[in-house]
Design a protein around this ligand. Structure first.
Ligand code: PMP
Length: 360
């Protein structure tokens, strides 16, 4: 615990999230933070430039109404089923605050997005980790509760991060039915790269909250736009938290750029398919080099090599100007998470690994 006489008691006990490196060096092959290798739609850049011409002296729309409507339309929902935030990290934080401070444990996988546990510390939420199985897959049967057990809710990423493995919708429905009185939060940050979205279940399940981001499949990590979809009673709770924290989470440029990104469906389809097709090529190339590769429905792959230490591999790649992500965490410390880059970046990665790996 870090101590400082100015800290309030909770601050010393926080274990802050550590984001992947954002290097100052140029020309690195950056495959460590699951960004999209393609820039956003050119229409986004035009929309932002236009928005910058007018009205920056004025606060933005606190409800980001036009963007909220564009997102709702895209999902076939009404605008009141959508909550907007400054990146999905902020949306997740508000959801944890709104739904999971119940005095009993929140269920989540042992291997998942590490920010979930950070929010729990911040808000004093108890956690019960449910281990993934030996193949790093989530088994919904492990989330069943015995009579008398109370839980604060369930949070999962689907597809999961950092494994990349997706769950079928039937499993999400099982979770929703097992925990009817609590929120089941499904973080779909990567769903557009081949996963199955639970948004279509919202009308039938009052306990379902689905969280999305424009950072990955819309190439807008730099603009900070995230959102949640759910029935109105859940959205209302999120609005109450947001309006007790920051009325204007989305600025005028983000709102304009976000709308343009949602409208350019052709660009979205083209770039996400390019990423998925590079992923398949890279998986085969890495398997040829002796890696085990988990099945991926995301814009990254999770790999390990039987003859090479993962931390050393990451360090050797870094020396060659290639960044990948290694987690010093039990069960996954021999894995690397590699974001899908352009085909050229994949070639650079494979060439570097071929040079580094011990001869078979
Ligand atoms: N959920 C998951 C599973 C993620 O990997 C990330 C990206 N680090 C986020 C949410 C947050 O994304 P953003 O805040 O950029 O929307």
């Amino acid at each position: 615990m870090t101590k400082n006489s100015f800290f309030s008691p909770v601050v010393g006990q926080l274990v802050p999230y550590v984001p992947g490196e954002q290097p100052k060096l140029v020309n690195l092959v950056k495959l460590n933070t699951n960004e999209n290798p393609y820039p956003p739609s050119p229409k986004v850049v035009v929309a932002i430039a236009q928005a910058a011409q007018h009205g920056l002296q004025l606060y933005p729309d606190p409800e980001a109404t036009v963007l909220r409507q564009a997102i709702a339309t895209q999902h076939g929902l009404a605008a009141e089923h959508v909550f907007m935030g400054n990146g999905s990290d902020e949306v997740l934080a508000h959801a944890f605050f709104a739904f999971f401070q119940q005095g009993c444990p929140l269920l989540m996988p042992d291997i998942s997005y590490s920010f979930y546990q950070v929010y729990c510390r911040l808000y004093g939420i108890k956690v019960k980790v449910v281990p993934l199985d030996g193949a790093l897959r989530l088994q919904v049967a492990d989330y069943a509760c015995s009579a008398g057990d109370s839980v604060a809710g369930v949070v999962i990423a689907n597809p999961n991060a950092p494994t990349g493995v997706g769950l079928p919708l039937g499993d999400i429905e099982t979770l929703l039915k097992v925990h009817p009185g609590r929120v089941v939060l499904v973080d779909e940050a990567y769903v557009d790269f081949g996963g199955q979205s639970a948004v279509g279940l919202i009308a039938r399940y009052p306990n379902l909250l689905v969280v999305h981001t424009l950072s990955k499949s819309r190439s807008l990590a730099g603009l900070r736009i995230g959102y949640a979809c759910g029935q109105t009673h859940l959205i209302e709770a999120l609005e109450r938290v947001k309006n007790s924290f920051n009325s204007y989470p989305l600025d005028r440029l983000a709102i304009a750029g976000g709308v343009a990104a949602c409208e350019d469906v052709a660009y979205f389809e083209q770039t996400r398919h390019a990423v998925m097709s590079s992923r398949e090529g890279l998986m085969l190339a890495l398997e040829d080099l002796g890696f085990s590769v988990l099945p991926s429905q995301t814009n990254f792959i999770f790999v390990c090599h039987p003859k090479a230490d993962a931390a050393q591999l990451a360090a050797s790649l870094r020396q060659r100007g290639i960044l990948v992500r290694h987690f010093k965490q039990a069960r996954i410390d021999q894995y690397l998470r590699i974001s899908i880059g352009t085909p050229h970046q994949s070639d650079q990665l494979v060439a570097a690994l071929t040079a580094i790996l011990p001869i078979q």
